[in-house]
Design a binder for this molecule. Structure first.
Ligand SMILES: Nc1ncnc2c1ncn2[C@@H]1O[C@H](COP(=O)(O)OP(=O)(O)OP(=O)(O)O)[C@@H](O)[C@H]1O
Ligand SMILES: [Mg+2]
Length: 251
């Protein structure tokens, strides 16, 4: 199996917009966190449209709402107001159950801190999304091994995450993110805990997945990493302030 096969999203959508189909868009998206003492407005009227096959970077200072936005994009959380359309469905008021179903079928996550399960081996960590989708044991073994081979981490398949280097752990996390062939990969500072060589490798893997058709939205503090994206959206205080297209990708 090639990265091309791995990335080929199962779900096709219509609704043309610009150069491709719209994967997601928001209308006046708001998120307010309420604790006993304070209300924090994390997102304050965000309007963003992301097309299928785009590679988008999201940048901005700490606390400006980047992770909050990614969590909503990833159906891990609901907004407090506004609309969120994902694959032509308005999902902002979905229940956790509805969100989980849509998330498992369509979205893979990569986090700064890898978020692997310490008690599970490399193989078992990568197998999890397929278990959730009810894939047969034989098919799971085949698919997981193909992905681990591709990510050059097969020789560590029976190791536990704590026995791996940071770069290796992130390759396992990327394997887990792509194993179910999601249409969308969300990455929150995927190189934040890596040295520059391992960071570069992760960026190259994301680029290959994108070239093979996977939509990627990546939060980053690194101007270097944002260069891999077609477009960079800058957030400040819960707002979009600017959007820059890389010249060669501008349509
Ligand atoms: N669960 C929560 N409860 C209350 N407030 C929260 C919660 N999560 C985030 N916030 C607040 O919402 C705002 C946006 O947080 P968010 O994590 O989205 O920022 P960020 O841009 O990802 O920052 P960083 O670059 O530091 O990761 C911050 O002011 C934060 O304190
Ligand atoms: Mg964050």
């Amino acid at each position: 199996m090639t990265l091309d096969d791995m990335a080929n999203p199962g779900k096709k959508i219509s609704s043309p917009a610009g150069n491709g189909s719209t994967m997601l868009h928001t209308v006046n998206l708001r998120k307010i966190y309420t604790t006993e003492e304070v209300e924090t407005t994390a997102l304050d009227g965000v309007n963003i449209e992301i097309n299928e096959k785009e590679f988008v970077a999201i940048m901005g200072p700490s606390g400006c709402g980047k992770s909050t936005l990614l969590n909503i994009f990833g159906l891990l959380d609901n907004p407090s107001g506004g609309e969120y359309h994902f694959l032509n469905e308005e999902v902002s008021k979905y229940t956790e159950r509805q969100r989980a179903k849509m998330r498992k079928a369509n979205i893979g996550f990569v986090f700064q801190s890898f978020n692997l399960i310490d008690e599970l081996t490399v193989f078992e960590n990568v197998e999890l999304p397929l278990l959730y989708l009810g894939v047969s044991p034989a098919e799971r073994k085949k698919t997981v091994e193909e992905v681990l081979e591709r990510m050059q981490i097969m020789h560590r398949k029976d190791h536990f995450p704590q026995q791996l280097s940071g770069g290796q752990q992130q390759r396992v996390a990327v394997s887990r993110a792509v194993v179910a062939k999601p249409a969308l990969i969300l990455a929150d500072e995927p190189t934040g805990n890596l040295d520059s060589a391992n960071g570069e490798e992760v960026m190259n893997i994301l680029t290959q997945l994108n070239e093979a058709g996977t939509t990627i939205v990546m939060v980053t503090h690194s101007p270097h990493d944002s260069e891999f994206a077609h477009r960079t959206i800058h957030l400040f205080d819960g707002h979009v302030v600017t959007e820059n297209y890389k010249e060669k990708f501008h349509v």
